[in-house]
Design a binder for this molecule. Structure first.
Ligand code: AMP
Length: 882
């Protein structure tokens, strides 16, 4: 095997970037670099195994995507020893602690000769080669689903991530099966050097009858009253939300991200934690992420005192740090505790309570640059380290490293400049080509579309009208004019949607058909007509606005006519005096900024006659929800915010959240909507349990009693959403993001559809990010929305059935939770191919057969025209609920 110079340079780049990124704290989204099984930075001698089948399947061949012809193409253990009850493993020594976020596995292909692979496997890891830990996912599942064939690479996110030096892959097989594996580890160096922390185990809080577990659920050491010898939630790179009841990780319990303690069990008024490091370091600071939800008795710690130990006893002079109480913002935050450059291998900190509860979700350490420079030490193949015997590379920055560093920086700047030039050059050429092709190829396009197979039925039908109009007219919003079918577009700015074959390269038939389109100049025109390259970056809001704002073609279909009606209906939104709003509490946070519960003095004068808002009695202030645009919002966000106001001001329905007034005269911009006191439907249902047979009178009438809900109440919720959607469909308004997270729950379980703008941070796991730009709720999207970028009422119907499924499963899990995002897209390909291999969401336990087969499955029909409309869905649900 040769040393690959380019690989090494790349590796240096990564290390430089990583050390910069990790200066503050590790970021799991960034920290996903291959650590060198494929690239060769991990040495052969660092890859060992419990056994090997033969010399040609030795551990050194267990490198992902590596097949050099010397061996049989992978590591294969000796099958016999497994029959003796021994666990086989492939072990990788990373030579230093690493933060691991992803693993990749592959079977033995050997140019078609091999067909062995591990269908399932476990991971064990160790930081010191003595204490080994069996990895489990956040729900306690230790087995990872591996490969289905010998050649495809299967990547699995490690949730929670691992901090380790040694990692073992342990295939899980039945005894008769021969297994071979090639693997890669992804992550970055763990620059904190923290080997373990010890702390009292977190407590359980009861908040308004809700159990909030604040224990360290992923701690990998010894967990009893005091946690010892391990790492856990405080170093998993995920920090908690402002509202500690919610988690950014889907499907976890209230309080999941925090470890929390109540001062009742700490008579001295502080919690003591001890942090042990890999070696002696100079500590500059410690960052502690902590909740400050003082309305629930939780506050930042008010003081921290830290003691240091290099060897022997703790030193007598601690570093003390005081933090003033923040009585204004309830936002969770990182607090930086300066550690004054003290030298130590262990730190003991006492965190003093600021209130009844103290909740911490992350702790990170920054130590001196001399230590961080070790990350720049290159590892050459065949040499375990480049340090000379007796030399300690951690305490001195050697000259060659400085030269490498400067060389890398110069190279990065050169590469970036080249990339910018290439991008600009490509853009200019693309524009020129598109202009030319738009003029020349209209006729050719019409012909080609006519020849497409049934697979492109939708595509063709949506374009046929646009091809008859002039090419100028067909350019999307970014081009400044309207398409004849504005609902049908490719996601803005996404290269994947301009070249569908890139997104769905695993769908050969589609890719081939799509390539027929995409490869031709005419298809490029076609995609431009559908989308336009310059749209705004969020997929959901843009076209709704283009419908409301954009010029409307007189030759367009009925939907456009209806929209022009909506657009022309001027419904004034009144400016509300800002000083008459008094803050009560923070309700949540969205893409635009925070949403607050406020009292609005004199709001009664602003309400329409028809407003179904509960009016306050005796002139007392009305409770309202106030969505505020964050102060640092850029121009695009500001425009989007104003657009959402304009959309909402025109919608009037009992099942659509009502915009009451705005404050837009001065910054920050605010929209005032009716207050839905039970929050969003997803969270609301998640806390409930289904009572199948009603027992009390209230339950018989379908009420929610305690945390128990009846089937008929669930159906009444679905009926309300269907009714709101029926109203939107009467206006040909395509919502595009219907889901329980975007419905709000008021008093007596009134449900209203909301979120006509942006998605929410809380639910970021529901969205699939393409190249870090467009975000898509793929688990709710129809196949044609995902593959063709086509959004219609029929795709809203698809999303409605997913929403109904969420309701009937009480939002206990995400749709297709067993699938990764990539597998969801593959499944979408099966819907497209329609060979009977597509996987449907299963029938919820409480769902009657007819609701599942006649309603839900009909909403997921491949042919959008065969899906029911919202009028019909509403009627059918009403019948069922009756
Ligand atoms: P949004 O910015 O619309 O995504 O909202 C962010 C959060 O604020 C969500 O978690 C909602 O629970 C909450 N929220 C938004 N609007 C309302 C409302 N009208 N009534 C109650 N809670 C709301």
């Amino acid at each position: 095997m040769k040393v690959m110079g380019v690989m090494q340079i790349q590796h240096h780049f990564l290390l430089v970037l990583l050390s910069a990124a990790a200066r503050s704290q590790v970021n799991p989204e960034m920290c996903r670099y291959p650590l060198g099984m494929t690239g060769g930075q991990i040495l052969d001698e660092d890859i060992t195994a419990s056994s090997q089948w033969s010399e040609s399947t030795a551990p050194r061949f267990g490198r992902l995507d590596f097949d050099n012809g010397d061996g049989d193409g992978a590591w294969c253990p000796d099958g016999k020893s497994e029959a003796d009850g021994l666990r086989q493993y492939l072990q990788v020594d990373l030579r230093s602690l690493h933060f691991l976020t992803l693993v990749g596995t592959q079977g033995r292909h050997a140019d078609g000769m091999g067909k062995e692979f591990a269908q399932r496997y476990r991971i064990h890891y160790s930081r010191d080669d003595t204490h080994w830990v069996a990895w489990q996912d956040r729900k306690g599942q230790p087995v990872i689903e591996g490969n289905r064939n010998p050649y495809d690479v299967v990547l699995k996110d490690l949730e929670p991530p691992i901090i380790a030096r040694y990692v073992r892959f342990i295939p899980v097989t039945d005894h008769s099966m021969i297994v071979c594996m090639r693997v890669e580890l992804y992550g970055c160096q763990w620059l904190d050097g923290l080997m373990e922390y010890s702390a009292p185990e977190g407590h359980q809080m009861i908040y308004r009858g809700l159990d909030v577990f604040l224990n360290d659920s992923v701690y990998d050491g010894v967990a009893s009253d005091r946690l010892t010898k391990g790492l856990g939630l405080l170093t998993d790179g995920t920090w908690g939300l402002d509202d500690f009841l919610h988690s950014p990780i889907y499907g976890m319990w209230p309080g999941y991200d925090y470890v929390g303690w109540t001062n009742r069990t700490f008579p001295r008024g502080y919690v003591e934690m001890v942090f042990n490091f890999d070696h002696i370091r100079n500590f500059t600071s410690m960052k502690v992420h902590s909740s400050n939800m003082f309305s629930r008795g939780v506050r930042l710690f008010r003081q921290a005192s830290c003691f240091f130990r290099s060897e022997g006893d703790w030193e007598g002079d601690p570093v003390a740090f005081k933090h003033p109480a923040d009585r204004i913002s309830q936002g969770a935050r990182f607090i930086t505790v300066p550690l004054g450059g003290r030298t130590a291998s262990s730190i003991k900190c006492r965190f003093h309570f600021g209130d009844l509860w103290m909740l911490i979700s992350e702790v990170a350490f920054q130590s001196g640059s001399a230590v961080y420079n070790t990350s720049l030490t290159p590892r050459k193949r065949g040499h375990p380290t480049n340090a000379l015997p007796g030399e300690d590379p951690t305490h001195k920055l050697d000259d060659s490293n400085t030269r490498i560093l400067i060389g890398c920086l110069v190279a990065i700047i050169a590469i970036l400049s080249a990339i910018i030039v290439i991008i600009l050059w490509r853009q200019v050429w693309q524009k020129l080509l598109e202009k030319a092709s738009r003029r020349m190829l209209d006729d050719e396009l019409t012909e080609r579309l006519a020849e497409q197979t049934q697979a492109f039925f939708f595509l063709r039908s949506s374009f046929s009208s646009s091809t008859t109009s002039s090419s100028e007219k067909a350019v999307g919003e970014g081009g400044g004019s309207s398409s004849t079918s504005p609902y049908e577009r490719i996601f803005p700015l996404s290269g994947d949607y301009q070249e569908p074959s890139r997104l769905i390269r695993k769908l050969p038939e589609f890719a081939q058909s799509a390539e027929n389109l995409v490869a031709s100049r005419s298809s490029r025109l076609l995609l431009q007509q559908v989308g336009g390259p310059d749209g705004p970056p969020h997929y959901a809001e843009a076209d709704i606005i283009s419908l409301l704002d954009g010029p409307v073609s007189t030759s367009s279909c009925s939907s456009i006519a209806a929209f022009s009606l909506l657009a022309s209906r001027e419904v004034p939104v009144r400016e509300f005096p800002r000083d008459r709003l008094s803050f009560r509490e923070k309700l949540g946070e969205g893409q635009f900024g925070e949403v607050h519960l406020c009292e609005a003095e004199g709001m009664q004068d602003f309400l329409d006659e028809d407003a179904s808002i509960e009016r306050s009695h005796g002139g007392s202030p009305l409770l309202v929800a106030v969505k505020t645009l964050r102060e640092d919002a850029n121009k695009n966000a500001r425009n989007d915010f104003l657009k959402e106001i304009r959309i909402m001001s025109r919608l009037r329905d009992p099942n659509i959240v009502r915009l009451l007034a705005v404050c837009v005269d001065t910054d920050p911009l605010c929209m005032i909507t009716e207050y839905m006191e039970n929050g969003d439907l997803n969270q609301f249902l998640h806390q409930l349990q289904l009572r199948e047979a009603p027992t009390t009178e209230a339950e018989e009438q379908g009420e929610v009693v305690g945390n128990v809900v009846s089937y008929s109440k669930l159906m009444s919720m679905a009926v309300q959403i269907a009714s709101g959607m029926r109203y939107l469909s009467s206006l040909n308004f395509v919502h595009r993001d219907l889901a329980t997270r975007n419905c709000l729950v008021g008093r007596s379980c009134t449900i209203k559809i909301a979120d006509f703008g942006m998605s929410r941070n809380l639910y970021r796991g529901d969205y699939y990010r393409i190249q870090g730009r467009a975000v898509l709720p793929i688990r709710w999207m129809s196949w044609e929305s995902i593959l063709l970028g086509k959004f219609t009422m029929a795709s809203d119907v698809w999303a409605f059935a997913v929403t109904l499924w969420e309701i009937l499963t009480l939002c206990q899990e995400q749709p297709y939770c067993q699938f990764s995002d990539e597998q969801v897209i593959e499944n979408t390909g099966e819907f497209f191919r329609d060979h009977g291999k597509q996987v449907y969401l299963p029938k919820p336990a409480c769902c009657p057969d007819d609701v599942y087969t006649d309603l839900m499955l009909s909403c997921w029909r491949r042919n959008a025209k065969q899906r029911p409309g919202f009028q019909e869905i509403h009627c059918r649900l009403m019948e069922n609920a009756a």
